[in-house]
Write a protein that binds this ligand. Sequence first.
Ligand code: BTN
Length: 327
Amino acid sequence: MIDDRLLAILSNGQFHSGQELGVLLGVSRSAIWKQMKELELLGVDVYSVRGRGYRIPGGLDLLCEKEIVTACSDHVTSRLSTISVERVIDSTNMMAMREIHQQGVVSGRLYLAEYQTAGKGRRGRAWVSPFAKNLYFSLVWRFTQGAAALEGLSLVVGLALVKALKNLGVKQVRVKWPNDLLVNSRKLAGILLEMHGDASGECQVVIGVGVNVAMPERAQEAIDQPWTDLQKLCGDSVSRNRLMSEVLNHLVPELDRFSEYGFSVFREEWEQVHAYQNETVCLLMGSKEVVGECQGVNEQGALIVKHSGGVEHFHAGEISVRQHHAT
Ligand code: BTN
């Protein structure tokens, strides 16, 4: 296991000798070497130069609960119950779900990770989660109106992310129904909602979000769709702690508004940032394909498409939407 103190020391991007690190941590130089190898296995670039020691070029921007909380509004902190920052975990969604099963429900639990060994995407895909580069989090939220009322929730989460990013200066973000964030048709962030509880009454939703912040080159090969990250968009490094606080400052009030009024109050705003509003889209549902004009979303968040058979409302699930280019 990698010592947190080692990560903190290396985070400044400077050289540190094995001896210096061994003394600071009270372990042998070979124990330090082993931890460096572990870091490399997580995909972290560790330079080692004989006579100078180890260095992580560019340093590490580590997640820090205190920094996140400090930049959150009082309202947000009052609505959060716990924040867990994990270095390495299978998946923050899985961790959240496990704790719901073991400890019962506490709304407002936030789980963050530097690295996910089994990050989950939608439709069985993996979510590539390199160490300390992107944002991976899951927020547990309790709803009481039953699963049917939650149809528009993923759209509301997407909208809150768009607003948070806009506040950080990233203005060109669009939402793709039901829950991808795109910039110029490239994926910047994804949302995975998982539910637990009573489908007709109280249920807990694990709201899992991954935002690409600074995807390292080495991780890129594993991604099977066009993508982008904040570093490319802003040309600058974006603090993940700041991003997390900004997301919470937008997401938490929107979750409360959604609980109270449902999706209909978000509909217009959502359509304003909809990537394919009034465009021709192709819906893929297993082997079935529907091509038509996308007219936006209804009061519940279902996608409205006008096609040769009439106007139809599509509900999220195993549907994938693509922009349709006439051949
Ligand atoms: C998608 O396929 O677009 C959804 C991606 C969701 C990824 C996030 S990362 C944090 C949370 N934990 C997971 O295992 N998945 C979600």
